[in-house]
Design a protein around this ligand. Sequence first.
Ligand code: HAM
Length: 409
Amino acid sequence: MAKLVRGFRDIFEPQSKNFTQLENCAREVFSLYGFSELRLPTVEQKELFVKSTGETTDIVQKEMYAFEDAGHRQLAIRPEGTPGVVRAYLENNFVQQAPVQKFYYIGNMFRAERPQAGRYREFEQIGAEYIGNSAPAADAEVILMLKDIVAKFGAKNYTVKINSLGCDKCRPLYRQALIDFLSKEKDTLCENCQTRLEKNPLRVLDCKIDGERFKGRVPTMQLCPECQAHFDEVQRLLKGKINFEVDPMLVRGLDYYSRTVFEFQAGDASQNAIAAGGRYDTLVKNMGGPATPAIGWAMGAERVILSRGDVEIAKPKSVYFVSMDKACNEAAFNLMQAVRAAGVRTEGGLFDKNIKGQMKQADRCGASYAVIIGSDELAAREVTLKDLQTGNQQKISFDTLPNEVKKLV
Ligand code: HAM
């Protein structure tokens, strides 16, 4: 028998309803903030992620589903949405026509990580990218928008951490200070961090082993006056509107960030970020466009759902059509369509089964009523409507059935 691929999932109801609910909350809030939907392709040039997500990141080094297609093109199934958004922004020439753009996207991302609770190889991200606004107000706006979505959905147990990674002026100094400090500890670093030290020393702070060890001891970022003023203003705008904590150890695992970065974290497991993002003021330029500031985030839908927990989503009431005789099938079928047209959830149509089999299915569906049509009913142009809870029955004419059931369910 065919088997599911490890790290991938089938998601049935009622679990799948959580996703719809979260997506609906997000769409409502995105609309309030003036964000418009961008539907991105799932496959991009591999190069796009190597250059933007970052050559030294875990995502590109170990987790990306990259392949060569029949035309010898080097492609990748998207591990994240931001590079695709920037590519689309540049390729469609928004730079010239309308450089300030607020996009959102909802889609599945793919990373070959080790599967565990809250970490999947295919997962859904709901993301937002605000391109063309360098003001701290944009940072505060996207963070509060994220909070509004999570709150609307009903997830409560999370903390918000923010930090500033500075800019091309102040970060290199910090990078060097970090290299100087960590070089003295080189022999004690884990295998991964030994490599990070050379290529991406900030990532050591993010390491589950070494990051914890150096907490409080590592040099902290000294922001240049412009970056400090920006970060202060972001905090001022957020104060009183959201609880947050400045965490100097928050560095994020992607290469394109500058200035403000943030995470919404739930619980204390390693895969605890339910959503994360930050500024990427140099990415548009690095990808061949003019210098254009930008900020955004993405939430992991599965993790937001996990952090809230399932809530009971009431199954809509329905009616179930039973035909007792081959001669009644067509009338039953036509009535089913009429009842649906009246806006009532309608099931049935298992007309090859005997009555017992059909009634059993009505039960399995959790239908509130069975609509039964036999030859007597057909002759009188009426149906028997049976309340499946009480067993009470009544006759209703074909013509009035849609309206009558609409009143009942
Ligand atoms: P990221 O931190 O790589 O950032 O992912 C964002 C969120 O996606 C994470 O906080 C997490 O909730 C979810 N996520 C990531 N990997 C998995 C996984 N394997 N299973 C389940 N959920 C996962 C980005 O992707 C950036 N593009 C965010 C961004 C947008 N920054 C600026 N704009």
